[in-house]
Design a protein around this ligand. Structure first.
Ligand code: ZN
Length: 212
């Protein structure tokens, strides 16, 4: 509401006046930050303000340094990063932002549940089958809840001889599910859990040799 007059003044047609059109500095003077115009606000003030704008739903305790240092394929890290920021383009999200085009938020596969990020990667029966195959093949000791915590909350497993395997296993399998999901959506390729698990296993095994 404060900025409204500024935008209106930009749109006003003034053919017979020498008054200059409003520029960006006049807009900045209207925005107040800690009782100071935005143009004169300190960096510390701006940082504090931006920090408060971070949605409370985001997990700020993510071990980002650890996240960026783990040795995983680049495209796996990209998917994982979206998960940490809860930015997966799920049907729930698409329905929220583009309701005219995405009429339903139901899972595109089972139609039984809302396709939020958890359902997209872990909750749907088709990707649970993928995780079950992977876990039974590589490490029975770990479970899906711990993988979910790692991928969505950045809670890394305790240091152990299996830590590297768990991280690679989680990131690669999530990426395999992501790829199979979009191939189904855009290329009409069926989501075959066994095939997805096999592709993920091949990549995981290739990387196991780098853990030593
Ligand atoms: Zn589903």
């Amino acid at each position: 509401m404060v900025l409204c007059p500024w935008f209106i003044s930009c749109l006003e047609h003034r053919p017979f006046t020498d008054t200059p059109s409003p520029d960006l500095s006049s807009l900045l003077s209207l925005v107040q930050l800690d009782s100071t115009s935005l143009g004169k606000a300190s960096t510390r003030s701006l940082q504090r303000h931006l920090h408060l704008q971070v949605p409370s739903s985001l997990n700020l305790s993510v071990q980002w340094r650890k996240f960026w240092s783990v040795a995983i394929p680049h495209h796996c890290r990209t998917v994982w990063c979206k998960m940490l920021w809860d930015r997966t383009p799920t049907r729930k999200r698409l329905n929220l932002f583009i309701p005219r085009r995405f009429l339903s938020s139901s899972c595109i596969f089972c139609q039984d549940a809302t396709e939020d990020q958890y359902h997209f990667f872990f909750g749907c029966s088709i990707n649970q089958q993928v995780w079950n195959v992977i876990l039974s093949h590589f490490c029975l000791a770990w479970n899906l809840a711990e993988i979910c915590l790692l991928l969505t909350r950045g809670s890394f497993p305790p240091r152990s001889s299996h830590q590297g395997l768990w991280i690679i296993l989680s990131a690669v399998t999530a990426k395999a599910i992501w790829s199979a999901h979009w191939k189904f959506v855009f290329d009409d390729q069926p989501f075959l859990s066994g095939v997805v698990a096999q592709k993920a296993s091949t990549v995981i095994e290739k990387h196991i040799s780098t853990l030593a």
